[in-house]
Structure formats: structure tokens, C-alpha cells
Ligand binder design. Structure first.
Ligand code: FAD
Ligand code: SF4
Length: 453
């Protein structure tokens, strides 16, 4: 896929990847073998009929391709951009055994972007209201998917969202240069066109409790509140000025438009040298955002080696081309401040890799050597965890680990009528796994209301 020039793009927030041209899409679609037993479908968490949509592209029926995708996935332009296809559908494509697998994600994005470019919109779905109200809490990919699927079945759906805009991490976590806001907004408009109502600035657990929602006549509740609380390293200096947690840093830029300060009044401090701690997508997004805010040098500080990094390979390559410096086998042990309480450096241990741990990745251990890295800003991107506001407000709700909701394979919690899915039940995962959970829960909620035992 074509991308914008690395030097130019590293100083603005416009989208990096440009998508396939019509010619490229046709050429790629013609490589597909149209397998009788398509392994790619087994690799897709929402089981899109991949050969069918690729066949439509081959026949230059681009709107038809999108119609096929939308039967399974109502966020195709989003998934075509951010899904880790290399570990999912594409990793199963039979062609991958000998040569490059089909670029399924790029083709999905092409079909969705074609519709947007041509100003086409999906044919309206005929809905027969069934008179039952269901509440969806959180407007991330899990909540939007559950809401859309239930609305299509005739349910009267209200999404309650804590923030002032809908979209969850898609909106406030993933930066504009990877996933433009207008794309998310367009897909949310589609969900609203199904009759779904979205109430913003509504923190369930505070503004209103779940019991109150049931008393208001909601027959079931789907909880898709994600895992948005930051994780700490608990090292000295974490409370110095100019230490950010990635979720706050990214939210300030993505949602509060910090880069447009003073036009918008929630800035982030500009820095010359930034260290981002972590090796996942969140770290990569934070580093590339810091660069775009004007930093001269941005380091990714990661305690294992490049082979163990959990972020998407494509994002790592984009980051490297943009000039992000990778400090592998490096573990910060202290953030050092100046006399005014601002970050001036980090003290790091040099690490070595030992035998694999329970995650299957080689375990890092201190080599005994340490060094100082001069930086004036630190962004912690070592993971997120569950936010306790809602879960703690529900008496008797069964939780696991760091406060995640325990559910069965259909998303049912231990309390009848309360379902959950996405990051709040699995821990931080992916967009498509959250959507898959929303889908399964929608079916289970329908069974719960329409076919009570
Ligand atoms: P979320 O997207 O977190 O949405 C939850 C929503 O619930 C939020 O809008 C929140 O405001 C709202 N909420 C919370 N509490 C309440 C409450 N009490 N009342 C009402 N509303 C509430 N995944 C990928 O597949 N590919 C990527 O490239 C990728 N990049 C990522 C980059 C970043 C920076 C981050 C943070 C995550 C990334 N992920 C990526 C992971 C992916 O975004 C998440 O797994 C996914 O968004 C989880 O969806 P969700 O619907 O469960 O929760
Ligand atoms: Fe096409 Fe690959 Fe799927 Fe076969 S496995 S149908 S070649 S995308």
C-alpha cells in the first residue's frame, strides 16, 4: 500500500497510508483462489465471507463487496485500517504458504473507502420494532457492534457514553494519522441510522446506576466500557512534571486537540527529547504523536528485543521510517527530575534475554549494567487496566484479574440481564475481538429477552 513521504508526514497528523488504487485492488483480488474451504474466514473473528467480497471486487462490483462485508462487520473502514490481519485472516490465507497472502485488510479498506469517495450510502435496513429497550454502556467497537446488531433485530437501543464524543479508543486512542476521525464518525452515523440513540457525558455508575436503568424499563444491559485506566511501573519519579500516561497524552491530542493549543485549551507540554516506555501499539502511537508535536528526538524504550514487540509490524516500520529511535533491552528504573520537579533523564538497566516466560516470549533480566538517557518528557505506555467506576457500582457482579467482568462464551455475566464484552471482559485486546464479543452478546441478549427459560 502506498504511504506518504516519511519526512513530510512525521510533522503533520494527516493519514499515513493511502490505500489501494482501483487497479491495485483489482490485481490483488484476481490473485485470490476462491478456495472451497477458505481458511481465511476461520481466521476472522467475525467470520466475514472473505472470498465472496473479494469476488465482488474482481467483478468491479465495489458496493456489492461492501454489502457482503457489512453483513458481518459494520466498521469496515476502521477494521481495514487497524485490524492485525497479519495475525488473523491473512495469516491463514493458503497463498501465504508459498508467497504473499492476499492483502485482505487493504481490500476491505478499499471497498469501504470507495463508498465514501463516491458519496454512496448503504441501503437502509428495514427494521420492525419489537418494543423492548436494551441499554448499551460504552460506545467503543464492542458497544457499537452490540447496539447495531440489536437495533437490526428491532430492539430500542440507547448507548450511554461517559465522554463528550462517541467511538471509544477508536476516537481518543488511535491517532488521526492512522485512523481519521471522519471515518469513525461516518461509521457511527450508520449505527445511528438504524435508530440507535447515543447519550453523551453519561457516566453509568455515577450519573445513573444499572439498577436505575432496569427500573426505567431496560430489559437487558450490555457493558462495553473498555479498559481505559493507566498501568503504573511504580518506579521513583513517576509523579514528576512532564511524565504522562499514554491514555491521557493521546486523549489530550486526539479528543481535546492539544496540538491546536491555544485554539483548544487542553495542551500537552512540548518537549525536545521524549522517551516512550513500552512496545505495543499504544507506545508506537504515543511516540509518533510526540514527533508530530515537534519533539526533536523520540525514543521507544522497551525491555525486550524487537522480535518480542507486541505492536503491529507495519506500525513499527512506519515509526522507524519517521525517525523514532528504538532502545531495545532497556528497562527504566528511575525517572530523574531537576530542581523544579521536571523530568531531565531516566536511569535504565541494560537487559539480556533468558528462557521464555508464560507468555512464550523470552524473559528479560538485568545485565547488571545501567546508563542514563537524557530526556525532558516520559510517556508511560505499558498497558491499561479496568476502570472501577462502573463495575464496583454493581453489587454481586463476578470479576476476575484486575477487575474485569467474568462472562461466559456468549457474554453473559453471573447476573441475569447483564452482559459484557470487549476489553472490560478480556483485558486490553483488539478492535475486532471487541466487535466479535459485541456480536455474540447481541445474539445472547435476544435469546434472553425473546426466549426466556
Ligand atoms: P473502548 O474502545 O475502550 O470503548 C469503551 C467506551 O466506554 C469508551 O468510549 C469509554 O469512554 C466508555 N465508558 C467507560 N466507562 C464508562 C461508564 N462508566 N459509563 C459510560 N461509558 C463508559 N486494536 C487493534 O485492533 N488495532 C490497533 O491498531 C489498535 N491500536 C490501539 C491504539 C491505542 C492507543 C489503544 C489504547 C488501543 C489500541 N487497540 C488497537 C486496542 C483496541 O482499540 C481496543 O481493544 C478496543 O477499542 C476495545 O473496544 P471496547 O469497545 O471494549 O472499549
Ligand atoms: Fe482467497 Fe486466501 Fe481466502 Fe483462499 S484463503 S479464499 S486465496 S483470501
Amino acid at each position: 500500500m502506498r504511504t506518504r513521504d516519511a519526512k513530510k508526514r512525521s510533522r503533520d497528523f494527516r493519514e499515513v497510508a493511502l490505500g489501494l488504487t482501483e487497479r491495485q485492488a483489482l490485481k490483488e483480488a484476481r490473485r485470490c483462489l476462491q478456495c472451497k474451504k477458505p481458511m481465511c474466514v476461520e481466521g476472522c473473528p467475525v467470520e466475514i465471507n472473505i472470498p465472496a467480497f473479494i469476488a465482488a471486487i474482481r467483478n468491479t462490483d465495489f458496493p456489492g463487496a461492501l454489502n457482503v462485508i457489512r453483513q458481518y462487520n459494520m466498521l469496515p473502514a476502521v477494521c481495514g485500517r487497524v485490524c492485525p490481519q497479519e495475525n488473523q485472516c491473512q495469516s491463514r490465507c493458503i497463498l501465504g504458504k508459498k508467497k504473499a497472502p492476499i492483502a485482505i485488510g487493504a481490500l476491505e479498506r478499499f471497498a469501504a473507502d470507495y463508498e465514501a469517495r463516491k458519496g454512496l450510502s448503504e441501503r437502509p435496513v428495514k427494521i420492525r420494532p419489537n418494543g423492548h429497550k436494551v441499554a448499551v454502556i460504552g460506545s467503543g467497537p464492542a458497544g457499537l457492534t452490540a447496539a447495531a446488531d440489536l437495533a437490526k433485530m428491532g430492539y430500542d437501543i440507547t448507548i450511554f457514553e461517559a465522554l463528550h464524543e462517541a467511538g471509544g479508543v477508536l476516537l481518543y486512542g488511535i491517532p488521526e494519522f492512522r485512523l481519521p476521525k471522519k471515518i469513525i464518525k461516518r461509521e457511527i452515523e450508520y449505527v445511528k441510522s438504524l435508530g440507535v440513540k447515543i447519550l453523551l457525558n453519561w457516566v453509568v455508575g455515577k450519573t445513573q446506576t444499572i439498577e436505575e436503568l432496569f427500573r426505567e424499563g431496560f430489559r437487558a444491559v450490555f457493558i462495553g466500557v473498555g479498559a481505559g485506566s493507566p498501568r503504573y511501573m511504580s518506579i521513583p519519579g513517576e509523579n514528576l512534571n512532564n511524565v504522562y500516561f499514554a491514555s491521557e497524552f493521546l486523549t489530550r491530542v486526539n479528543l481535546m486537540k492539544a496540538e491546536q493549543f491555544p485554539r483548544y485549551d487542553t495542551p500537552v507540554k512540548k518537549a525536545r527529547k521524549v522517551a516512550v516506555i513500552g512496545g505495543g501499539n499504544v507506545a508506537m502511537d504515543s511516540a509518533r504523536t510526540a514527533l508530530r508535536l515537534g519533539a526533536e528526538k523520540v525514543f521507544i524504550v522497551y525491555r525486550r528485543s524487537g522480535d518480542e514487540m507486541p505492536s503491529r509490524q507495519e506500525e513499527v516500520e512506519h515509526a522507524k521510517k519517521e525517525g523514532i529511535i528504538f532502545k531495545f533491552l532497556t528497562n527504566p528504573k528511575e525517572i530523574i527530575g531537576d530542581e523544579r520537579g521536571y523530568v531531565k533523564a531516566i536511569r535504565c538497566d541494560r537487559m539480556v534475554l533468558c528462557e521464555p516466560d508464560t507468555s512464550g516470549r523470552r524473559r528479560p533480566e538485568c545485565s547488571g549494567e545501567e546508563f542514563i538517557l537524557d530526556v525532558d518528557q516520559v510517556i508511560m505506555a505499558i498497558g491499561q487496566t479496568s476502570n472501577p467506576i462502573l463495575v464496583r457500582s454493581i453489587e454481586g457482579l463476578k470479576l476476575w484479574g484486575a477487575g474485569y467482568i467474568e462472562v461466559d462464551e456468549n457474554g453473559a455475566s453471573n447476573i441475569p440481564g447483564i452482559f459484557a464484552g470487549g476489553d472490560i471482559s478480556t483485558g486490553a485486546a483488539t478492535v475486532i475481538s471487541a466487535m466479535g464479543a459485541g456480536k455474540r452478546a447481541a445474539r445472547a441478549i435476544h435469546d434472553f429477552i425473546a426466549k426466556p427459560k
